[in-house]
Design a protein around this ligand. Sequence first.
Ligand code: PA5
Length: 351
Amino acid sequence: MDNLLDDLRHIETLDKSCMLQILKRFPEDCRSAINRAKKVSLEGISGKRFTKIVFAGVGGSSIGGKLIIDWLWRECTVPMVLSRGYHLPAIVDDETLVFTVSYSGNTEETLSMLEEALNAGAPTITVTSGGAMSEIAVENGLPLISLPDGYRPRAAISHQFFSLATAMHELDLVGISWGEVPEALSTLEAIRDEISMDVPQEENLAKKVALRLLDKIPMVYGSSLLEGVAYRLRSQLNENSKVPSGSGSFPEAFHNAVLGSERDSEVLGNLALLLLRDPGDDEGVKRKIERFKELFTPKVGDIIEVEARGSGKLARILSLVYFGDYISTYLGLLYGHDPSSNVSIDKLKQV
Ligand code: PA5
């Protein structure tokens, strides 16, 4: 087990859908997503006035919208909402920009929200690799940003995120934050050189973290900017590593999750706290995270901290998404799973 993550031949046999190869081209995929989305005509949408923005999608296809909300929280003056169910919120009207996102294009919740967007006369942009969603888009003349084939939905996050971000930029909704994109992409390239599969375990932070998470239940926390990243990592741990996991955010966790420290080590010993640290955190948050750690340290199985990289918010967000995607993939491999397998999700979709 100790050197399994350096045994590339063994890893290849487990990683049947090549999650690690996909992760390796993450920075290039971000660039190609931007170019691809820029070519899509937004006729019928450009020039309209939007009073709200809604991102509609579930599971892996909801993450891009959440990351955009976190990234633009302090800059975008149009309210943004994430919708992850069968129904859109009642605020949706003909001044609401709706993005419907489904990698397969066949997810029933998202198709239901697309139908509601059409009924509400909302300007709607579809983001999908095909399926019923692309057919509905063509029938109704909706802009369609195509996601490339060959990915698990969660593994297409680079394409998904930059499809949404680029369309919003083209509609003048991103503002000066778009200037953060080059730094974010070069930060991802630098991280790849440190944590990709060919970097041996003793120098590879993502492999080391995965090893520390073995046989533990990971609880992931990030500060407000990283709320979506923490949620993403918890979902990736569920989906790629096939482990139960929870997530939360600071400062909110100081007002609820901290009380969990009152249980004894018999219960808490199974947990590993994975703290996503942002150098841009408010001083109050930094101080309280130290106290939070002190309370849990004697009882939990482990406390692991991973720091965001880069100076812009986008680099800080995407750097930790990238670390987390690698960590969860390595952990799945350590457990002997194909990180891309989706047996339980596929079964439930048939119910
Ligand atoms: O990552 C996954 O495979 C899932 O979380 C899917 O994203 C989720 O089931 C929704 O499917 P789709 O993205 O095809 O709409």
